[in-house]
Unconditional design. Sequence first.
Lengths: 113, 869
Amino acid sequence: MGKSKHKNDRLQGTLDLLVLRTLSSRGRMHGYAITLHIEQISQDALHLEEGSLYPALRRMTQAGWLRDDWGASENNRRARYYSITAAGRKQLAEEEKNWTELTEAVSRVLQFA
Amino acid sequence: MSWINRFIAVFRSTRLDAELNEELQFHLDSRSRDGMSPAEARRALGGYDRAIEASRDADRIRWVESASRDLRYALRTLRANPLFTLTAVFSLALGIGGNAAVFTLLRISLWKPLPVRHPEQIVQLVRKTAESDSDGSYSYVVFRQIRDAARRFGDVAATAGFGLRRFGTDGTSSERIIGEAVSGNYFSLLAVDPVLGRLIGPEDDRATGGNAVVVLSYRFWSRRFQADPSVIGRAVWYRESPYTVIGVASKGFAGVEAETEVDVWGPISAEVPKEWLVGPHYNWLRLLGRVRPGVNLAAMQGVLDSVFRMHMARDVLPRVLEPHRSAVAKHRLVVRRASSGIATTGRRYREPLLVLFGVVALVLLISCANVANLILARHAARAREFAVRMALGAGRMRITMQLLAESLLLAATGAAVGVVVAIPACRLLVSLLPQSTPPVAYQLQPDAVVFAFTATLAAVTAVLFGVAPALGATKIAWTSGTRATWRPRLGRVLVAGQLSVSVLLLIGAGLFLGTLRNIQAVDLGFHPRRLTTFNVSFPKGTPQVRARQSFVAIRESLERAPGIEGVTYSWPGLFTSGGWSTPVEREDGPAAPGNQEEVGALSVGPNFFAIAGMELLQGRYPTERETNPPVALINEKLSHHLFGAESPVGHRIRLPQNQSELREIIGVVRDANHYDVRGTSWKMVYLPGDREGSFLVRSGGDQAQTFTTIRDAVAAAGASAQIEKLGTVDDLILGTLGRERLVAALSTIFGVLATLLAVIGLYGVLAYSVSRRTAEMGIRMALGAQPSHVRRLVLGETATMLAAGIGTGLVVAGAATRLVSTLLYGIKPIDASVFAGAAAILGATAVLAAYLPARRASRIDPMVALRHE
C-alpha cells in the first residue's frame, strides 16, 4: 500500500493526520462531527475545506485506515460513521512522526537561519 | 486491497451514489440545524457536485467505470437491434464453435497430458516398421532386455493393449468390459496411486507366471460395484478364470490411451499362455517409459535401439524367411515423447484434423468478415449519431472504445454459444471416425484450456471484425460532419475476401469428394453388396468337437433360413485387420529367384467364390468340401508371376511354411482385393478347406431381417456360442475409409457453410448499397436511365467483387492444395474440373444473391426516391 501514503503531499497529509488523530482519540464519529471537532479544537484557526473532507474519508476507507458503517445520529437520522482501524493507527503514528520531524526542522531553520 | 474494492465499487455504483448523497445531505442538514443558511452551508462545502465527484473517484476506478458503462450501453444497443445481433452472434457462434470443437478434439486426442505425476517424463518406445504406418509391438523377451538396458535412463513398462474381455462376479462371465494387461511396474512407473487396496506390483508379474489379480478403474468400481470398499479381496471371473480384486486405481486414471477407458487391469504374465513369455516371435506388447529429468532422449534411443537390433539379429531374424527378413531387419526402436499417452487414434487422424483446423479457421475468418460488414452497414446508419456526439465533445477514443465494447460483447456471446455447440459438434466428429473394437470413447469435456482457447479466440475475433469498422466510423463522422455518406470500400474488400476463401474451401471439398468417389469406385474384384459377415466365439474350455458341431449347425440352419441365398466362411475374414501371408512355390522347384515371394492366402469354405461374387477365368470352382487331394485356386497376378503366359491349371504348388504338401491348381480367378481398398490387389492363393473363420452370408432382402436371422441361428446352436463382429462387408469397407469419409463430409459441410456466409455477406453489402443510393438511382432514372441499365450498374459492382474474389481464391488454392496431396487418391491437387466447378458454383450462387438487390434498384420509383432524403 506504499502508493497510498502521499509522502510529498503535505496538505493532504495534514488533513489525513487531523482526521486520524481525531478518530483515534474520540472513537466513532460521523463526517459532520469530525468537521465540528477539528474546527473547535483548533479554535477556528484551521478552517477545514469541508468539500475535501468527504473525498478524504472515502479515500482513507478504501485504503483500509478507516472503517465505515451506518448508524443513527444524535437526532435519530441515518448517518455514516467512521472509526479508525489498526492500519489507520499505524498510519497515524507514521504521519505524526513525519509531522514532528517537519515542524522541528522548520523551527530549527527559523531559530538559526 | 483497495483497488479491488474500487473495482467492485464500479458495479455497485447506484448504491454508492445514493450513499454519498445521503452523507452530504446529512452534513448540509446538520449545518442548517446549527443555524447556518442552506446557501451558506453549500458554499462552505465548496460545491456539492464537486464533493460528490471527488468522493466517487476515491471510491472507484474511472476507466473500469467507463468500460462498464460502455458495456451496458452496448448491451442496450444490441438488444434494440435483435436481427443484427442474432445474425452476428449466429455467424460468430458457427465460426468460434467450429474452432472450439476441432480444438477440443485435437487436445483430447493428442495434446492433453495424462492424469499422472510429471507426464512430461513419459515416453513411448515405438517399434517403427517399414511395411505399414502403424507401429509394431514387442515380445516379452525383448521387453525384459530393453528394460534392463534402460535402467540408467529411467524405467520401462509394458502394456498388452486392451480389448473387450469377459467379466462376471457370480461364476459366469457374461459381461463385456475393457481390460488391459500390464507389467508389474506399470503403475509405479506412471506414479498412479490406489484409492483402495493396492495396485499391481512386480510380485504379481513374473516371467514364470503371474498372480491372478485385477485392479479396477475408479469409474468401473463406482459403476459396477457402487464404490463398495468390500470389493477388495473378492473373487471375480475375468477371461473365464477366477481372479482376485486387489485394488482400485486413482480417480481419473483410465489407462494410457485417451480414446479408451480401461475398466480392469491384470498382470501380463497372468493373462497369456507360457510360450508368449519365452518366445521371441510373440509380439504383443507396447512399451512406455519414464525418463529421469535431464536424460538425453537421443542417447537413450541409441542405446535401446542397439539392444533391440542385437536381439533381433541373434534371436529373431535367423528364423524369419526372405523376403520378410529384409523388412523385419529394418525395424527400429524410436523413443517418442508421450506426455499425452499413446494416442493411437489421435496420431492416425492428426493430419485430417489439422486440415480441418485450417478449414474452420477459414470459416471463422469469413464469419468475422460477415460481422464486420454488418457492423459497417450499421455504422453508416449511425453516422449522424457519432457526428452529433463528437460535436458535443465526445473524444474519438471514447466513441471507438464504445464501439469496441459492442464488438467484444458480440464476440463473447458468440463464443458462449459456440462453446455450448462445440461438444455436440465434437461428438459428431468422433462418430464420423471409423468403428473400432473397443470403440473410440473420448471423455469429451471442455476443460480450462479449451475455455481459455475460446476466450482468446473471441477476443481476437472482436479485434478482427471490430477495430477497422470502429475506426472507420469515427472517421466518417470526423470528416463529413452530419452529412455522412457511405463508401463501402472496406465492405467490398471484405466480400471479395470471403468469396476467395469460399472458393478455396469449395475446391477442397471437391478434391476430397473426388477422392472418396475414386476410392469407392475401385473395382474390388468381388461384390460386397448384401454380404454380411460375423464371427462366432465359444467360452474357453469348450471341447473342439462341441464347437465344431455348433459351427456346422449354425451354417446349416442359416442355409435353410428364408431370405438367405448362401452361407460360407473364410479365414481370415474379409477386410479385417489381420491377414495371412505365406510363401508359395511351384512344384518343379524355385525356377527363378523371387519365386518364394509372400502372397496373400485365404482359406475358403464351400461356394466361397460364388457367394463372394468372384469371376472364374480358367479351370473350375472347387466342389463342395473338396479338400482331398489338396487343391488350390490362384488369382491372375499370382498366375502371371509363377507361370507367365502359361495356363497354371493342372500344375501343382506348395506352401513351404504350411505342411509343404503339393496342391493342384484347379482354377484361376480374377484379381480381388480383400484387405484394403486403397492398395493394389495382392497375389492371392485360395485354399478350399474347413478352417472356421468368419462367416460370410449373402442375403436377398432386408438387412435388419438378415441380422435377426443370424442371431437366431447362433442362439439356437447352443454350446453358449457368442456372436461377434456382426456387420455388412460394405460397412467394413466403409470403416477402412474412415479418414476419407471424415475429410470429405467435413470439407463439404464447411465449404457449403462458407459459401452461404459469403453469399449472405454479398447480399448484405449490395442491399445496403442500393438502399443508401436510392436517391442517386432515382435521379438516374428520372434523367432517363433504363431499369436494365440500373440493374447492370448493381450487377457490375457484383462482377468486380466476384472476379477479384474468385481470382484470388483460385490462385491461393493452386498453391494450398498441394499441402493436402497426401490425403488425395486418384486426383491431382490442381484438378481443372474441380477448380472450374468450384468457381462456377460460387459464381452462380453469387449472381443469384446479387439479382434481388439489382431488381429492387431497377424498380425504384424516381418520385419516391427523390422524396427519400
